[in-house]
Design a protein around this ligand. Sequence first.
Ligand code: PLP
Length: 479
Amino acid sequence: MLSDLHTKRADSASPLSDLTRDYAQSLDAQDPLRHFRQEFLIPSKKDLKRKTLAAPDENDEEDDQRSIYLCGNSLGVQPRNVRKYIDHYLRAWALKGVTGHFVPHDDQLLPPFVSVDEAGSKLMAPIVGAKPEEVAVMGTLTANLHLLMASFYKPTQERYKIIIEGKAFPSDHYAVESQIVHHGLRPEDAMVLIEPRESQLPILTTEQILRVIDEHASSTAVILLSAIQFYTGQYFEIEKITSYAQSKGILVGWDCAHAAGNVDLQLHDWNVDFAAWCTYKYLNSGPGCMAALFVHEKHGKVEKDKIGTAEQAFRPRLSGWWGGDKQRRFLMENKFVPQTGAAGYQLSNPSVLDTSALAASLELFNRTSMAQLREKSLKITAYLERLLKYPPESLPKRTFSIITPSNPAERGAQLSLRLAPGLLDSVLEVLEEHGVVIDERKPDVIRVAPAPMYNSYVDVWEFCQVFFKACRLALDTRK
Ligand SMILES: Cc1ncc(COP(=O)(O)O)c(C=O)c1O
């Protein structure tokens, strides 16, 4: 029996009773956020194996039939109320056609189409510690990084470099590289990669990052880092790094893909210059749903009295009509005056379908707070770490190691586990067979992310039982 592996050891040693399923259940019972789990459609084990999509009866699934879904760092699960939001959108479109842009309804969940972007900003801002005017829900992550760099990366003879992690997510790497080339520069000269000292443990210390900033201080225009590193799960010291780089005259941007909805960011107070993130991970908006960006209020000013003069009235950017002054939007004057703040970075009228899906999830986040979610996240990830530190005695010590920092302040929900060589494929097979959903980064890392919004302590406990068994089987078959 699968669960015997771990319960036996725990039962035979009473000081380790916090390793039992009962203990996990008791933690769930005390969890003040536990009711949120019911707001989500977590795929059942049966549904993960089905070959058709027809007639899933999502309401019939008992909790213990649900998969052990620890993959919110990749794709969040569907909030139940997405259907309601999308249905409202479909009805508004069907009943009102183009007039749906302007006609409010007594029972609307979101304002008329033309104002839906404002609703998005209001719902999103508290999640990243921003003012609503500093956030725009728009575009996609990589496209937003490009738009932001188009505005913030203005290479000069003296300052032309962009500093980025050597192991940045490929899309960020390509975006930076192509921006540099776009400006007629060579990545060999202008792209500074911060490389981890050990490729086996790709953690960057703050000191190392500050040292690279020092080395390139006078020639760097922008530093773009990930708030939480996708591979290691490392949560960087955003405030410290931002203020240090800014003290050297460098503009600082953060890719918050793995941080938004995961940790309690304070983008405004930390004085971040710009940031962008997707919404399909911890923010549960659905695959490829629209993203968001942050522009600090100090950069979003529009000085109306300077418009038409030789002086710069607003930060230059790549523009589209939706970023323009709302009062004049339909006058078709072809004189671009942006809206104040991040909204002035919008290009196109937003997808109301996308915004509806996203708003359904953001509404749940707004029923609690990132501070509360982070509090649970710290506990549930610490619990995962604790269980992983007590594998059954039959498992050799070097079967796996946790590469995510052990300091809770330096990580979010995710723990990345490096397996001994040759184990990954068999481990993944067993995890899948038992309805565990996590993701892998070949050749040997799995990423496990208990999302505080919907994961339970029992999920974590179950994962560890299956994982230990998977490791045992993988070791046996490798021999
Ligand atoms: C850190 C990071 N940057 C960029 C991307 C690319 O996102 P998108 O395809 O939405 O542009 C991802 C996607 O997972 C990511 O994790």
